[in-house]
Each structure stands twice: as structure tokens, then as C-alpha cells.
Write a protein that binds this ligand. Structure first.
Ligand SMILES: [Zn+2]
Length: 309
């Protein structure tokens, strides 16, 4: 029986993380219509073949509960499928890198696989069932930003992920921003990620103050106004966030931008940060809604399911 051939068929997705793989089956009513949701350990430390087998186990669980197997399955991964080479890149579970994961899983499961990275799945989930659907239902171009341990992004146009020719669409985290960021793991220097990611803001604070603090504490000190180094760190974030985001708006002029990740929880991003964006865009005013997400950690698995919609 063909089960994903019309719009009302349930969507099957898996969020493949470093420690767990979560599966979901979503009915046509989205959030209110979760037919299956469960997880298995990924076991990335046991290598690539082990991960593939865990995916197989998870799909068997889904199949047992649902009573059928679909034609298509979406998978959210921590890295990107290189469209030219057909292999994975940029995964933090390193054993996945260089592997033809899409082909391998398709062969193992006997069904068609769509793969996208977590930033793309985040953008897709928020577009289709999160804050964009709730508050900006007419939005066509949605840019999802991740600002946390790393900085990434995903582009959704007309409810579909744009991966790009090389699979790097939306990767604004590795645009050049400022030389003070220093060398990045990607081989370049001064990347957006090296300036405004959580760990790099913490490093900046440490360099300024000689004290090691986590972002949460630096932010608390900034709010109290009691620590000039904390003030400098958050002001640096606000300045460079505006500069970095203005590039996205000048190129895409999206209908809405959704900000995810730990650094995205800082309220000033939406006030002073917004003013900073306005200062740098090629317009005398900023109309773009820049908003917090609604789905939290679930965005990955929801986005995975919508990859096959
Ligand atoms: Zn970089």
C-alpha cells in the first residue's frame, strides 16, 4: 500500500542526534496529531554501522506501532549531505562524515530518504507548525537562525527547505564577520560563529576579565549592570549580531526570521539587537519580524517529518 502519496498521509521522521535517535509519525493535524514518538540510543561511539542498525531498530518500532511502512522517511542529522559527493560532512558524530548515509539507509530500509541538517529542520518545523504558522501564516521566505554552541541557519521557501547546489544554503555562521574572532574549525578565520557563539562569547569574557564564566552568568551580570566586562561582552554580541544578520536581510529579505539556540534566548537580541540590525541594513527602516521559536527541542524531529511532506 502506498501511504505517502497524498497530503493527508502521516509523515515519518527521525531526528538523529549524537546520543539519541528520535522517531515520530505525524498525522495531518501536526502537533495535535502525533501518532508515534519514541527514541533509541544512537550509540555513535560504536561506529557508523551501529548507528545504521539503531535507525533500523527505530523504524521497526515505528512500523510495529503503525502497522505499515511508508515510502519515504525524513531524517534530521547534525551535518549536511553533500549533493555533489553524496556523502555526509560537518557531523559532530565524526564517524558519519564521508559516509554515503542516504544511500546506505535507503538500501537498509528499502525506502526513500530525505536528509537535512538540524538548522534546516528547525526552520522547516517552525515554518510549518511553529511560530511562523501561528503568527505569520502568509510568510513565503523563512530564515531560521541557530545561535548557540555553534551558529548556523536554514532557509525555507514556500514550506520547503532550500539546500543549495553545494548543500551550504543558510550557512551564515561561516561568513567572515570580524578578524578578532580568530581561527575557526572550518579552516577560515573571523567567522560569525567565532564572534557570536556562546563558547566564543565566553572566551571573549575570559580574555577581558580573567574569569571563566558561562553565558548564563555573564548575562546575569550584564542585567545587573555590575560587571563592565559582562556589559562589554553583551554589547559586542548585540553589535556583531546586527552586522551579521543585516547580510542575510540584504540578500534574502525574508518574510520572517526565527532565532533558535541558547544565545537566541537573550531578550536584548529582540530590542537592542534589532536596532543594531536596522543600523546596518540597506533600508531606512526594518520591517522584518525577528521572533523566538515555539517548538523548542522538538523542532528537529518535526522538521525531519516535514522533509517528506
Ligand atoms: Zn568557520
Amino acid at each position: 500500500m502506498s501511504t505517502t502519496s497524498n497530503n493527508s498521509s502521516p509523515l515519518w521522521g527521525i531526528d538523529l542526534g549524537g546520543t539519541k535517535a528520535e522517531g515520530i509519525v505525524l498525522g495531518p493535524d501536526g502537533l495535535k496529531d502525533i501518532r508515534f514518538r519514541d527514541r533509541v540510543p544512537t550509540g555513535a561511539e560504536n561506529g557508523y554501522d551501529f548507528i545504521l542498525n539503531q535507525i533500523k531498530t527505530l523504524v521497526s518500532l515505528m512500523e510495529k506501532k503503525m502497522g505499515y511502512r511508508p515510502d519515504k522517511l525524513g531524517i534530521c542529522t547534525p551535518g549536511t549531505l553533500d549533493p555533489g559527493l553524496g556523502t555526509m560532512k560537518g557531523c559532530n558524530s565524526e564517524c558519519m562524515n564521508g559516509q554515503p548515509m542516504k544511500t546506505d539507509i535507503e538500501r537498509l530500509l528499502g525506502l526513500e530518504i530525505e536528509i537535512a541538517n538540524d538548522a534546516n529542520c528547525f526552520a522547516l518545523a517552525e515554518a510549518r507548525m511553529g511560530v511562523v504558522k501561528e503568527k505569520f501564516p502568509n510568510a513565503k521566505v523563512v530564515f531560521g537562525v541557530i545561535m548557540g554552541t555553534g551558529v548556523g541557519g536554514g532557509l525555507v521557501v514556500n514550506n520547503h527547505v532550500i539546500n543549495g547546489l553545494q548543500g551550504i544554503a543558510g550557512e551564515w555562521g561561516h561568513n567572515f564577520l570580524d578578524a578578532s574572532g580568530g581561527p575557526c574549525y572550518c579552516g577560515k578565520s573571523g567567522c560569525v560563529e567565532k564572534v557570536i557563539s556562546g563558547p566564543d562569547l565566553e572566551k571573549f569574557y575570559f580574555k577581558e576579565s580573567g574569569t571563566k564564566l558561562v553565558m548564563k552568568d555573564i548575562y546575569e551580570r550584564y542585567r545587573k549592570g555590575s560587571d563592565p566586562h559582562a556589559t562589554k561582552t553583551i554589547e559586542r554580541l548585540i553589535h556583531f549580531y546586527g552586522l551579521a544578520l543585516s547580510v542575510i536581510i540584504n540578500i534574502l529579505d525574508p518574510d520572517v526570521i526565527v532565532i533558535g539556540g541558547g544565545v537566541g534566548n537573550i531578550d536584548e537580541i529582540y530590542t537592542e539587537g534589532r536596532a543594531s540590525v536596522e543600523k546596518y541594513i540597506f533600508n531606512h527602516r526594518l520591517d522584518t519580524p525577528i521572533v523566538k521559536p515555539m517548538l523548542g527541542d522538538s523542532a528537529g524531529v518535526f522538521g525531519a517529518a516535514y522533509l517528506v511532506a
